[in-house]
Write a protein that binds this ligand. Structure first.
Ligand SMILES: NC(=O)c1ccc[n+]([C@@H]2O[C@H](COP(=O)([O-])OP(=O)(O)OC[C@H]3O[C@@H](n4cnc5c(N)ncnc54)[C@H](OP(=O)(O)O)[C@@H]3O)[C@@H](O)[C@H]2O)c1
Length: 296
């Protein structure tokens, strides 16, 4: 495993396993398989609804706690100082941990300043070893770094893959001492990512797949990577990326695939902001309905 030092000296594995869209009933086994393959960094979130199952895997995996690097993310409905603090304590309980390695603010909407102050306090109390953000575009990140934060975010986790390579955003993060981390390194397989001719042909030179080329390319750019698979053989394929180095020529060729726009959605699009707002309302109603049901 390769590691990167974060801006507070904490070492983070360069390659991690993400559990987004893994159903609760499959999460424990998926995480146990990933740990068995060699992953030590696990990326979950309050909004994935599988922190408890990640915690069960951590409890059963027979790997020392200090060897694992656990990340979770605070969802928008838990923003604001008090709600954020309470929600992280709940995440700790669900994960069955007495500290979390990294906690991120999942989205740059609503009262994320209040939420960030709660993370700063939990960090100072030692319940979180590093704090950061996710989906903060360069303007939001710069604002967060400049305007009176006590703790500069250690990580900004953003969509990063060959079709949305984030070169400029990474430069901005570097300027502020923030480490970039990649979500959807494969773009969830969309737009023919795994069969892309350029990636496949580069892979042939090293006897590697397109997926392995992507992960190596990201790590060589000093990007922390989170990738997901529910198949153990793919987890192993994606972990088998520490025995080759892409040439400068190959790195440059992959650069030509960059379209500099999201494969998913633009966080700066007002319609998307409205969608996030609607999601908060939908989930509030769901939680109310769940509580009502429990009364019966
Ligand atoms: N901060 C955020 O807003 C945010 C957003 C999205 C994701 N994330 C994090 O980033 C992690 C990774 O992103 P992601 O899950 O969206 O997408 P991803 O890792 O780019 O792609 C996952 C998809 O690729 C397939 N796959 C994986 N390895 C493969 C291989 N070697 N060959 C063929 N197919 C392969 C998986 O299928 P199978 O599972 O069927 O194998 C799955 O459908 C997430 O799990 C989550 O932790 C964060």
């Amino acid at each position: 495993m390769e590691y990167v030092p974060l801006n507070n000296g904490i070492e983070m594995p360069k390659l991690g396993f993400g559990v987004y869209q893994i159903p609760q009933e499959e999460t424990k086994d998926a995480v146990l398989n990933a740990i068995d393959v060699g992953y030590r960094s696990i990326d979950t979130a309050q909004s994935y609804f599988n922190e408890k199952e990640v915690g069960q895997a951590i409890a059963e995996c027979n790997v020392a706690r200090e060897e694992l690097f656990i990340t979770t993310k605070v969802w928008i409905e838990n923003y604001g100082y008090d709600k954020c603090k309470a929600s992280v304590l709940e995440s700790l309980e669900k994960l069955g941990l007495d500290y979390i390695d990294l906690v991120l603010l999942h989205q740059p909407f609503a009262d994320y300043y209040g939420a960030y102050r709660a993370l700063e306090d939990l960090y100072e109390e030692g319940l979180i070893k590093a704090i950061g953000v996710s989906n903060f575009y360069p303007d939001r990140l710069t604002d967060m770094c400049l305007f009176g934060r006590k703790v500069i975010p250690a990580i900004n986790q953003v969509e990063t893959n060959p079709f949305n390579a984030q070169y400029e955003a990474q430069e901005n993060m570097k300027k502020h001492g923030v480490q970039i981390a990649a979500w959807a390194p494969f773009g969830e397989g969309m737009q023919g990512m795994f069969t892309n001719e350029t990636l496949v042909n580069i892979g042939k030179k090293y006897d590697k797949t397109a997926a392995q080329v992507i992960l190596r390319w990201l790590m060589q750019r000093d990007v922390v990577v989170l990738c997901k698979s529910t198949h153990k053989e793919r987890m192993a394929e994606n972990f088998d990326v520490f025995d080759f180095t892409l040439s400068d020529e190959d790195m440059d060729e992959i650069k030509t695939l960059d379209k500099s726009s999201s494969m998913f959605f633009d966080h700066a699009d007002p319609e998307m902001v409205e969608w996030f707002d609607e999601m908060v309302e939908v989930r509030k109603n769901q939680q109310r309905a769940d509580k009502e049901q429990k009364k019966w």
